[in-house]
Write a protein that binds this ligand. Structure first.
Ligand code: PLP
Length: 459
């Protein structure tokens, strides 16, 4: 193996990291004890290389975002050209520039229905915050200021700003000050029968329909949901669910927000997650795959109807905008990223790879009795580790089996993520969409070995 950095310099970087860097969503205690887990230096396709010259399969596409894979020099070239020409200019007060106009036209051609109007942010949390503000503003302008509640789903993840973490239903993210903002509620996920009106279901009161009936539609602005729940553990809605939610929203005059931050731009084998069910939301949040993580960008799509209503009722300024709303360089990179997705047929490839991933998971389930409930939508997949698969019994909380397995995967140069909220032991993956059949098979072979090693320690 090629050493890319000498040991002394690596130690120094580790010490500096410990001393000066506060890591996001990380154990600070572990960081102070052990320093950074990896220091990466380069990426290529599905691979990341660290300071020791070791190469890892990045089976999470870093943070579910490097859709076109690492090391695409073309994106750097486009960024360099745009920076040389017009690195930045504002879009406030109706100022504009070429990349933002061209990207908006492109997005309009890709998003379903009349979701043809776009607002820009720097990431997913800002996109969701923007979505919440826009829908509340909309109802206020319509003379219905009481319509302000937002209903998300349990296990949903929507980001970490105050509003986005309030829509998030993973307790740990809400416990950090300042806690949960008012007017955010959470419904039991994926209960199609309840959303269709089955009052005999014991979960009815906790369903979207049950909550809307209890709270009154006149108090509810919107529902928000991920087409496939990601950070909550890769949960795929049953067929008919999104259609039922769309119908419910129409019935009660409530707006539907699809959080496409992970699912957008090919992840599920369709350009957008909602395309799997041909459902058109009123608002769509995007980020991550829009630039494959090469530069920060998020977007919020709204329907032309919504924009026209906003424009017709109000002569006022839309008092919402970030300095980097519609950043020219980020927009230029997004356009090139989408161009690559299309030219290389990566959405179709992702669709094809779903069955390869599913086959690999089946193999693991056949070989290991602790592997259960595997699922895949495009290249978004997961399996669970259960103490007793036949009876669906979880491991006891003192056995953190998913983190153990992830450690064993790291040792074998595979990066995946454990999801342990609510006592689960889920292994989540979301590799770059360029992952080949052979690379999926290598990943499954590594899981096989890593699971054997874990079984030795826990059984
Ligand atoms: N929404 C979803 C579905 C996400 O998965 C994420 C991030 O993982 C976000 C929103 C927040 O995006 P960001 O981290 O860019 O603020």
């Amino acid at each position: 193996q090629l050493k890319v950095m000498d040991e002394k310099e690596i130690k120094r970087l580790e010490e500096l990291d410990k001393k000066y860097f506060l890591h996001p969503t990380s154990s600070l205690k572990q960081h102070q004890e052990k320093g950074p887990k990896f220091i990466f230096t380069e990426g290529n396709g599905v691979y990341l290389k660290d300071v020791h010259g070791d190469q890892y399969i990045d089976a999470l596409a870093s943070l579910w975002n490097v859709n076109i894979g690492h090391g695409r020099k073309e994106l750097g070239e486009v960024a360099s050209q745009q920076m040389g020409k017009l690195a930045y200019s504002s879009a406030f007060n109706n100022l504009s520039h070429e990349p933002v106009i061209r990207l908006s036209e492109k997005l309009a051609s890709l998003t379903p229905g009349d979701l043809n109007v776009f607002f820009y942010t720097s990431g997913g949390s800002e996109s969701n915050d923007t979505a919440f503000k826009l829908v509340r503003h909309y109802w206020k302008l319509k003379g219905l200021p009481e319509k302000k509640k937002i209903i998300g789903l349990e296990r949903g993840y929507h980001g970490v700003t105050v509003a986005a973490s309030s829509a998030t239903a993973i307790r740990q993210f809400q416990e950090m000050a300042p806690g949960k903002a008012p007017d955010f509620l959470h419904a039991v996920p994926h209960k199609t029968n309840c959303e269709l009106g089955d009052k005999n279901d014991p979960d009815y009161a906790r369903s979207l329909r049950g909550i809307i009936e209890r709270e009154g539609a006149e108090t509810i602005a919107a529902v928000i949901m991920e087409p496939v729940q990601g950070a909550g553990g890769i949960h795929i809605a049953p067929e008919g669910y999104f259609e039922a939610v769309r119908q419910l929203c129409d019935e009660y005059g409530i707006l539907m927000i699809a959080d496409e931050v992970i699912c957008g731009f090919g992840r599920t084998g369709q350009m957008f997650g909602v395309d799997n069910w041909n459902v058109v939301p009123d608002v769509m949040s995007m980020a991550k795959g829009i630039t494959s993580g090469y530069i920060q960008l998020g977007a919020v799509g709204i329907t032309e109807r919504l924009r026209d209503d906003l424009a017709n009722v109000s002569n006022d300024v839309l008092f919402h905008g970030f300095t980097y709303s519609g950043h020219p360089t980020a927009c230029a990179v997004a356009l090139k990223n989408i161009d690559i997705l299309e030219k290389e047929n990566l959405v179709e490839h992702t669709k094809q790879m779903e069955s390869v991933l599913a086959k690999g998971f089946n193999y693991l389930e056949e070989k290991h009795s602790i592997v259960a409930k595997s699922r895949a939508k495009g290249l978004l997949g997961a399996f669970e580790l259960l103490a007793d698969r036949e009876n669906g019994i979880q491991f006891s909380p003192d056995k953190t089996v998913a983190p153990l397995l992830v450690e064993q995967c790291f040792k074998r140069k595979l990066i995946v993520r454990p999801v342990t909220y609510g006592g689960t032991n889920i292994i989540a993956m979301s590799p770059p969409l360029v992952m080949t059949k052979e690379e999926i098979e290598t990943m499954i072979a590594i899981f096989d070995e890593a699971i054997k090693a874990v079984k030795k320690t826990i059984l």
